[in-house]
Design a protein around this ligand. Structure first.
Ligand SMILES: Cc1ncc(C[n+]2csc(CCOP(=O)(O)OP(=O)(O)O)c2C)c(N)n1
Ligand SMILES: [Mg+2]
Length: 579
């Protein structure tokens, strides 16, 4: 049957933009109305049974909620708002999506004054004299900038932005709508015509070439000490099960990057935890002695790989197999002898099929290898998890989180020393339970990330772990939690300081006054508890989870542990800053 047209009666473009989102299966739009985007929001009001408009208190929160929605669902997270504020405030999530490959669509505007474009109306972003230039500004932080100058283009741009956000390496795509594009309508006989959105949704990424899979499987079976590295791409592809199946079948110890933490349960007998700069000693030792490295969905950035220290990763003595959806990412920082291009889930499943007949004894051997490294170097068994200092040692807070949170809990991280310590010390129990902004590391990420994750997984407990600095940046997210009934728990490492800065360069310009964040939360209508003694934390966490109400637990923490304490000597040795 021939393709039908999208429009059967003259329809306002603002309604059609909303219809495109509904046709693409998008469930949420995050943001704040402004400029011409109010018209799209009025269009969305007609689709309330399919799409929920999540109004937030500041665009940065919406951007992070959209980014996290994108990274967890394989559908673009949608951020809406006025050009200047989506650019500036919305940078938090947009930049993370750009650097980490999460699909996102930004619906924003030129804030133009039609017919007055050359006279520089207030806020205008067309790039004309006296205006600011949205195309150039967004160009540096997105995968693609689209502009819509008329109603037909408004519809087409929305369809194509969804497609471009998902095609190949996912990322953020921005649409700049002009006034006229949203103020008019599209007729059934429009020229160019518009067609239903299903034709613009990209097909699933392909499976890798069978010959490449066969050659990689042969190399894998020939290896004596292979190790897998899982990056954030495993999460974007939602390939947790396929990763576990291959690891168990082929006998692969699994280390992750910081972005990949949470893609493989660190309680699994084949898990090594995070490797590299802030990784576990067990992961670094095992990886350093590997004869083959299977890299899945990772760019292997130097900040992850202890600055490419050859004692950890070295293609002159290790065979690299690299799985990536983006050809530019394979053989980027390290040359790979085997490249499997395509969807991570399909590639892992194909490799699994190819090795399974000949892999009989490999799993017990690999588990034994992991156990030996854990025995020699320790593995999530530091005595500091039980330290009874008051204020609390950060490791004690992390220990209580590990002991108290249920297996299916999702933890989101903020920035700062607390994130680095969580990366190193927190042991994940189930794939899909840990999220951090490893691409850009913005303060203020934890709370909106938790809000986004809770919308995707309403049945799982979601806990944001923040520093006092990061919490203050997006604490208005707790107002959103109340307004939209999103029961997240925020745990604040309250050390009255920018701990990361203080341990890097001393206390000057790094100290804060003491605030009672629990009291601030109570004033917003949340539950709030202040914890000063270590034994009070577990009961406070349990009550928070049982209450199913937005809660802030403000924990007084010490500055006794520094990121330097857990930085791998391999990273210090190879760091360009030391040379
Ligand atoms: C938005 C933003 N501003 C500044 C930074 C630089 N920065 C990284 S960590 C950090 C300190 C964070 O302090 P806090 O949130 O209290 O966490 P702590 O290090 O004390 O655990 C700063 C200023 C950043 N990553 N993001
Ligand atoms: Mg702090």
């Amino acid at each position: 049957m021939a393709v039908e047209r999208m429009v059967t009666e003259e329809t306002p473009s603002r309604v059609l933009v909303a219809r495109v989102l509904a046709e693409a299966g998008i469930e949420y739009v995050f943001g704040i109305s402004g400029g011409h985007t109010g018209r799209i929001i009025s269009g969305l009001s007609q689709y309330q049974n399919q799409i929920k408009m999540m109004t937030v208190r500041e665009e940065s929160l919406a951007s992070v909620m959209a980014e996290v929605y994108g990274r967890l669902t394989r559908r673009p997270g949608v951020l809406i708002g006025q050009g200047p504020w989506v650019l500036g405030n919305g940078l938090l999530g947009t930049l993370e999506a750009h650097l980490s490959g999460s699909p996102m669509v930004l619906l924003t505007d030129f804030s133009d004054g039609p017919r007055f474009q050359l006279h520089a109306p207030y806020q205008q972003a067309t790039g004309d004299y006296g205006s600011w230039d949205a195309r150039r500004a967004f160009g540096g932080i997105t995968k693609q900038v689209m502009q819509a100058q008329d109603p037909v283009a408004a519809v087409q741009a929305t369809q194509l932005a969804i497609k471009h956000a998902l095609a190949g390496q996912p990322g953020p795509v921005v649409i700049l709508f002009s006034h006229d594009s949203l103020a008019g309508s599209v007729a059934p006989d429009s020229q160019p015509a518009v067609y239903p959105t299903r034709f613009y949704l990209p097909p699933e990424p392909p499976a890798p070439a069978p010959e490449a899979v066969a050659a990689a499987a042969k190399a894998l079976l020939a290896a004596k000490r292979p190790v897998a590295i899982a990056g954030g791409g495993v999460r974007i592809a939602q390939a947790y099960d396929q990763l576990r199946a291959l690891a168990e079948t082929a006998g692969l110890p699994v280390a992750t990057t910081a972005a990949g933490k949470g893609c493989f349960a660190e309680t699994h007998k084949l898990a090594l935890g995070v490797f590299g700069t802030f990784g576990t000693a067990a992961a670094n030792a095992c990886l350093g002695e590997a004869d083959l490295v299977l890299v899945v969905g990772s760019k292997l950035g130097p900040t992850d790989t202890a600055w490419e220290n050859g004692k950890l990763l070295d293609p002159t003595r290790q065979v690299f197999i690299q799985i990536d959806v983006e050809p530019k990412h394979a053989s980027w920082n390290f040359p790979a002898e085997h490249v499997l291009l395509g969807d991570a889930g399909k590639a892992l499943a194909a490799l699994c099929d190819a090795v399974k007949a000949d892999a009989a004894e490999r799993r017990p051997e690999a588990e034994g290898r992991v156990a030996a490294y854990r025995e020699r170097h320790g593995y999530f068994n530091d005595r500091s998890y039980f330290a009874d200092d008051a204020p609390l040692l950060p490791q004690r807070v992390i220990g209580e989180l590990m002991r108290t949170l249920p297996e299916d809990a999702i933890v989101t991280c903020d920035a700062g020393e607390n994130r680095i310590l969580m990366t190193h010390f927190y042991q994940t129990k189930m794939a899909g339970g840990f999220l951090q902004a490893a691409g850009s590391g913005p303060m203020g990420f934890g709370i909106p990330a938790a809000l986004g994750a809770k919308l995707v997984h309403p049945d799982r407990p979601v806990v944001a772990v923040c520093g006092d600095g990061g919490f203050a940046m997006t604490m208005n997210g707790m107002m959103t939690a109340i307004e939209h009934d999103i029961p997240i728990v925020a745990v604040v490492f309250n050390n009255n300081a920018l701990g990361w800065v203080l341990h890097g360069g001393g206390p000057f310009a790094a100290e804060f006054k003491d605030f009672d964040h629990a009291a601030i939360a109570r004033a917003m209508g949340c539950r709030g508890a202040r914890v000063e003694q270590p034994e009070a934390l577990a009961p406070a966490l349990k009550e928070a989870l049982a209450s199913r109400a937005p809660t802030v637990i403000d924990v007084r923490t010490s500055l006794k542990t520094s990121f330097a304490d857990i930085t791998s000597p391999l990273a210090n040795e190879a760091s360009p800053r030391r040379r």
